[in-house]
Design a protein around this ligand. Structure first.
Ligand code: AVI
Length: 326
């Protein structure tokens, strides 16, 4: 069975207005800031696929190790009684990792519906097609829209136990404050007994972390610079990419891995009718990829009202999927 729910056909225009106002507001700030959530246009999606395939970028391989090789432990952790439930994935993408869990649950005869949530209807259609072909017995309800609106939609569709997947260290792309309010909201949108499984990238040798984001081939640099190309194309701006340089840092004391773009000269950039001035060496704060200590994960769960029920690490112990219950 396959159902696609799209609550709002005007969603694209609305997103466009947000993009323009977010970009202008961020570039008028001191220090200047752009949101990494806008990295993912078509080119950005392709560059992120390349990043995930880079030998230095260990995150995807580690979480894949968990989903591929510890599937039974995962299932036992999130649904120990094997009762009927809804498996909701936030930002499902191509569901490459979760497909191992879906397959396992089907083979075990578990009664469940998979509900991928994504802002992109296109991603959901591609995912639907892929899962239909690979797992024809899978029940899918695709939910297109913002996470919390779609969680409410999911709750209105069924009252079964919910297990929410938020994988890939996507939580690391939020500031700690944003992560706290995100987890708190998650807790508020769920019912007693529901479970969340969140993928956290753990603090480790700082060289390993920095190398994953400072690749020699320059793919991460292109990923960052592509946002300027997107602003040029979609908002009528005139960034010259030659005049901006990617700079990556990792602070092992706080676990913050950050990327910046550095202006290589004094320059004025037009964005539609607005003009933004840059001085030489001025930064744009582009992305945080937070790395977590076990203590920080515990604190985050407790602050948001969850009870920790277990965790599974990859064989290198570089990445953890943590399960919390409401
Ligand atoms: C999607 N997100 C978890 C990636 C990360 O590791 O922060 C995005 C990324 N940025 C640079 N490389 C990968």
């Amino acid at each position: 069975m396959n159902v696609q729910v799209n609550p709002d056909s005007k969603i694209e225009n609305y997103q466009m207005d947000n993009f323009r106002s977010d970009v202008l507001e961020g570039l008028k700030r001191i220090p200047k800031k752009l949101s990494s959530k806008y990295f993912y246009d078509k080119t950005g999606d392709g560059l992120f696929q390349k990043i995930m395939a880079m030998p230095e970028y260990y995150l995807t391989k580690c979480e894949l190790d968990i989903f591929k090789n510890k599937t039974a432990d995962l299932a036992q952790l999130i649904i120990p009684e094997n009762e009927p439930f809804d498996l909701i994935e936030l930002g499902a993408g191509d569901a490459m990792k979760s497909t191992f869990l879906l397959k396992y649950l089907i083979e075990k005869g578990t009664d469940f519906t998979y509900m991928p949530i994504d802002i992109s209807g296109n991603i959901l259609s591609v995912l639907n097609e892929k899962l239909n072909a690979e797992l024809p017995a899978l029940k899918i309800i695709s939910l297109e829209g913002e996470y919390f609106e779609m969680l409410q939609k999911a709750a209105s569709l069924s009252s079964r136990k919910k297990v929410i997947l938020f994988l890939g260290s996507n939580i690391g792309n939020m500031s700690l404050k944003e992560a706290e309010s995100f987890c708190f909201n998650l807790n508020q949108n769920l019912a007693s007994g529901d479970v969340v499984l969140i993928g956290f990238d753990l603090q480790k040798n700082p060289h390993t972390i920095l190398n994953a984001y400072n690749d020699k081939a320059g793919i991460t640099a292109a990923f960052n610079l592509n946002l300027l190309t997107r602003i040029n194309r979609e908002l009528g701006a005139d960034f010259n990419l030659e005049q901006f340089q990617h700079y990556q840092t990792y602070d092992p004391l706080t676990g913050a891995c950050r990327s910046f773009l550095v202006s290589l000269k004094d320059q004025n950039i037009n964005i539609g009718n607005d003009t933004i001035s840059f001085s030489e060496n001025e930064l744009i704060d582009m992305e945080i990829s937070q790395k977590f200590s076990p203590e920080k994960i515990k604190e985050l769960g407790e602050k948001s009202g969850f009870r920790m029920i277990g965790e599974i690490k990859d064989s290198k112990k570089w990445f953890v999927d943590t399960a919390w219950q409401v």
